[in-house]
Design a protein around this ligand. Structure first.
Ligand SMILES: [Zn+2]
Length: 433
């Protein structure tokens, strides 16, 4: 199949007028102008997209798909800690079927918005199983918190690490590990998880430098997270430094994916640039939870590798990565549209350890291709950022299979919507009680 548009985005975030992609099975075989590809592959079916730009499937580098049903049920509290407590009550009320329904709804939202790859935090096999059923790929990070290093082997055995139970699409998925945060995983656990991740060559991610309360805990040992740290982060003593220095001191920053990075101390942006695999910014989640704004200029100046994520639907309006990019540009108007698109595609995939499979329209890459309606424009990259939205995503192909055609999903959304409504009602009751 050839997918063609008025424009295509080629590697390096370059634009190609009348660009098109020829997919052979689950992979991209060729990229060029539509005329050139039609001449080279005369028997191929051509799917034309007038008024559209063809680009790689987007990479939402930080999601919690299994929490999609919790969207809007806990309003921001002004402080992160009590918000986490209420969300946790809702999570504890859910069973495996609920997580599956919730993850399916999240995966559907992603695909309809042009996202074909996620960096998802996983609590059970339901999330990767459901996502891969619908054709969504990504790195699925098993969350670890509150245990001791001695309990880690049993916890890993339970999740069948390093395989991904229920995974229907191994060519699209990768396993990862994620200790939740410095206040919920003790220093020895952080080291132990990093050692396992390195030993199996799987990505390691952590939420860090997210809130002032976290910084207060790290610098003084006090504040809203002190009780959580006593209960969950075994062996924790305040390092009297910022989160990034703390992770570096523990020896876990090398190659780590660090999510949020809102409250950085002097020198920490450079440490991230030098040692981390990448930073995932989630500006709308930070704003929703009242955590502040990430220091984008400082991270850019330090040349930190940055990706973009929506975080969970519980702390955001939706899983729309275009809206996330606009929110980031609002915080730092000097970010160019090329930089933003790179974060949403190439760098996102690289940060998740999937840079050789996703994020680029290039031969040999997985056939993840989307078409976004931008109309007539002299500046297609600008139009992608200004106008991009799920409503403008016309076609979504993952591994060569159409998941959205003419803006209409090829999977049954009514069943997904019904199931998630029941889960949301259940979670809402759990919080009210
Ligand atoms: Zn998160």
């Amino acid at each position: 199949m050839i997918v063609a548009g008025d424009w295509a985005i080629t590697p390096g975030v370059k634009t190609l007028e009348h660009g098109a992609v020829f997919m052979n099975g689950s992979h991209i075989q060729d990229v060029g102008t539509k005329d050139a590809l039609v001449a080279r592959y005369p028997k191929a079916i051509v799917r034309d997209h007038p008024g559209c730009i063809i680009m790689p499937g987007l990479v939402n580098a930080h999601t919690h798909l299994a929490l999609t049903a919790l969207q809007g049920i806990v309003p921001p509290e002004g402080e992160l800690s009590p918000w986490i407590d209420r969300i946790t009550r809702a999570i504890l009320a859910l069973d495996r079927n609920d997580f599956a329904a919730s993850a399916a709804a999240g995966a559907a939202q992603c695909l309809l918005g042009g996202v074909t790859v996620v960096g998802d935090i996983v609590y059970g096999p339901e999330s990767p199983a459901t996502a891969s059923d619908l054709g969504l790929g990504g790195t699925f990070f098993w969350e670890v918190l509150g245990i001791t290093p001695a309990e880690l082997p049993e916890a890993l055995a339970m999740i069948e690490f390093p395989s991904i139970p229920g995974d229907r699409c191994p060519s699209r998925t990768r396993c990862g590990l994620s200790p939740h945060a410095p206040y919920s995983s003790g220093p020895d656990l952080l080291r132990a998880v990093k050692q396992v991740a390195d030993g199996f060559d799987v990505p390691f991610a952590i939420h860090a430098a997210e809130s002032l309360a976290e910084l207060q805990l790290l610098t003084t040992g006090d504040g809203p997270f002190a009780e959580k740290a006593r209960r969950l982060a075994h062996g924790f003593h305040p390092p009297r430094s910022g989160a990034i220095h703390y992770l570096d001191h523990l020896g876990v920053l090398d190659g780590a994916i660090v999510v949020h990075c809102v409250h950085l101390m002097p020198g920490e942006a450079h440490l991230l640039a030098e040692k981390a695999r990448g930073v995932v910014l989630c500006p709308r989640s930070n704003a929703f939870l009242g955590n502040g704004r990430p220091p984008i200029r400082t991270l850019l100046d330090a040349k930190a590798r940055m990706a973009l994520g929506t975080d969970s639907a519980a702390s955001n309006a939706d899983l729309d990565l275009f809206a996330e990019a606009r929110a980031l540009r609002e915080l730092e108007p000097q970010l160019t549209v090329t930089q933003l698109i790179r974060m949403m595609t190439e760098t996102g995939a690289e940060v998740l350890g999937l840079g050789n499979r996703f994020g680029r329209l290039a031969p040999g890459y997985n056939a993840d291709v989307i078409a976004v309606r931008i109309g007539e424009t002299g500046n297609p990259l600008q139009a992608v950022i200004d106008l991009g939205s799920p409503a403008r995503v016309r076609t979504v192909v993952t591994d060569g299979v159409a998941r959205v055609l003419g803006g209409v999903p090829t999977f049954p959304t009514i069943t997904i919507q019904k199931a998630i409504a029941q889960v949301t009602a259940k979670a809402t009751r759990a919080i009210a009680n």
